[in-house]
Design a protein around this ligand. Structure first.
Ligand SMILES: Cc1cc2nc3c(=O)[nH]c(=O)nc-3n(C[C@H](O)[C@H](O)[C@H](O)COP(=O)(O)OP(=O)(O)OC[C@H]3O[C@@H](n4cnc5c(N)ncnc54)[C@H](O)[C@@H]3O)c2cc1C
Length: 445
């Protein structure tokens, strides 16, 4: 197949892998677009050649959602601030902007994101399209902060969706799995810049679970990690403070020591030792509960929300009703004990407010998240399949960007607006220009 001259930024594809090394593909073509016109050009090129087109963000999804067998489109050139509406604390960004660029863009405006997940390597369109979230019983995921967006649709036209145009499409498009078109611009509702006071403390497994709902709902941002084979958890409780409150950041040395060396370095060591000598995992995990998590500091919100992640892993995360978390986590603990597995990676528990995005994991219900991980070199399928069975017993909804094994029929049973989303997809992408095998599985062909 030849590449025509009008599409100079389209070249033969090169092999691609996601961050978690759980997906790989050799796309037929790889394209780069730095303007909306170039995106339109790529969409038309794909149509003409009978290929699908899939935008890839930072490749940080563990599921096959970003896999691009046809034309792989990189829009990282569409980045930065495009517009500022300061009185309403809204900013419009190129959709390829990486989250780690936002503090530099927002701080001079006195603004910040309302909430963030664990890392900031993702693009804004990739993160919102999969329902990326942080923790906080009064706060929704990143997509709840999207007040408008612009799509290039399958026929190459530009569709603006927001409060004043096509507003009925907003609950579908802001968390759209990349299935409705190429997002080229995103308008975010921000908040005045703020600080977070972080309190990290070890606690007992039963002590935290017995009191889980109260802890999760009283705090602004509560989460905890449970180390399998131990009775210990590490709690993180973050309290929002005004932007001009006094900062007490971690010193550079202690941040390096605790976040880089202890969190990531020791985790890598635990995982490697666990592979060589699985019997060592329980005592090492017990040691880890004593090493991690006993510190207090106050810093700018993004410095507290986000930490580096240098040890690669595979992840599954399920959203269940908030009140079901203690029972579900105890089931997972029993599962690990019964099967005799040695799990070196902690289990992460977070919460979010109910929201109205149709495919949000927190759609219509206050939500608790339980995430299980395995080191990149460990076999994850048996563990994840068994955990999925437990979570389905609690009407669990899987994170779209993380590993799960559900199909469209099973997902329609837990997402009340699944059929409505598919109807919007039928309207905007009747020929499935933006599909891939993952979307065929979770939405239907
Ligand atoms: C180390 C690590 C930590 C993580 N922490 C969290 C966390 O704390 N909370 C959480 O919820 N998730 C977390 N995730 C998951 C991650 O946030 C999501 O998978 C997110 O989608 C990744 O963003 P990305 O830019 O890499 O998108 P990709 O994975 O590249 O793409 C995701 C989807 O977005 C689509 N997409 C991307 N750009 C566009 C566009 N312009 N238009 C249309 N569709 C588009 C893609 O086609 C694909 O469907 C984590 C992942 C990793 C690897």
């Amino acid at each position: 197949m030849s590449i025509d001259s009008a599409t100079a930024r389209i070249r033969p594809g090169e092999s691609w892998r996601n961050w978690g090394r759980t997906e790989a593909i050799l796309p037929v073509f790889a394209a780069r677009a730095s303007t909306v016109d170039e995106v339109v050009e790529v969409v038309r090129f794909a149509r003409q050649h009978g290929l699908t087109v899939k935008t890839v963000g930072a490749g940080h999804s563990f599921s096959g959602i970003a896999v691009a067998p046809g034309v792989q489109l990189d829009i990282s050139g569409l980045d930065g601030l495009l517009d500022v509406d300061l009185p309403n604390a809204r900013v419009t960004l190129g959709a390829g902007t990486h989250l780690h660029r936002l503090p530099d863009l927002l701080e001079p405006l006195g603004l910040a994101l309302q909430n963030m997940g664990d890392i900031d390597r993702q693009t804004i369109a990739g993160a919102t399209s999969t329902g990326t979230h942080g923790t906080g019983a009064r706060f929704g995921g990143l997509a709840t902060q999207v007040v408008a967006l612009t799509l290039v649709t399958a026929d190459g036209s530009i569709l603006r969706i927001g409060d004043t145009s096509n507003a009925e499409l907003l609950p579908a498009a802001r968390l759209g799995l990349g299935a409705l078109g190429v997002i080229v611009e995103v308008t975010l509702q921000c908040v005045p810049a703020f600080l977070l006071r972080a309190v990290e403390r070890p606690a007992g497994f039963d002590e935290v679970l017995d009191d889980f709902e109260a802890r999760a709902t009283v705090a602004d941002h509560f989460e905890f990690y449970w180390w399998p084979h131990t009775d210990g958890v590490m709690t993180k409780t973050n309290t929002r403070l005004p932007g001009d409150a006094p900062r007490e950041p971690l010193g550079a040395v202690s941040e390096w020591l605790e976040d880089r060396v202890l969190s990531n370095g020791v985790l890598a060591l635990i995982c490697t030792l666990g592979r060589v000598a699985p019997a060592l995992t329980p005592p090492i995990n017990r040691l880890a509960t004593r090493v991690y998590g006993n510190r207090t500091f106050t810093d700018r919100s993004h410095e507290v929300f986000v930490s580096p992640r240098t040890t690669r892993f595979a992840e599954m995360e399920y959203a269940i009703p908030l009140e079901a978390v203690p029972s579900a986590l105890r089931d997972i603990r029993r599962l690990i004990d019964d099967r005799g597995w040695r799990i070196s990676f902690p289990v992460e528990v977070r919460v979010a407010a109910a929201d109205d995005n149709w495919l949000s994991t927190a759609h219509g219900r206050p939500t608790g998240y339980i995430a299980v991980h395995r080191y990149v070199r460990d076999h994850h399928v048996d563990y994840f399949t068994a955990v999925e069975r437990i979570m389905r017993g609690y009407e669990g909804r899987p994170h779209w960007g993380k590993i799960h094994y559900l199909d469209a029929e099973a997902l329609a049973a837990v997402y009340p607006r699944h059929a409505d989303f598919v109807a919007v997809r039928d309207r905007l992408d009747p020929d499935r220009l933006f599909t891939n095998p993952y979307l065929d599985r979770v939405l239907g062909p």
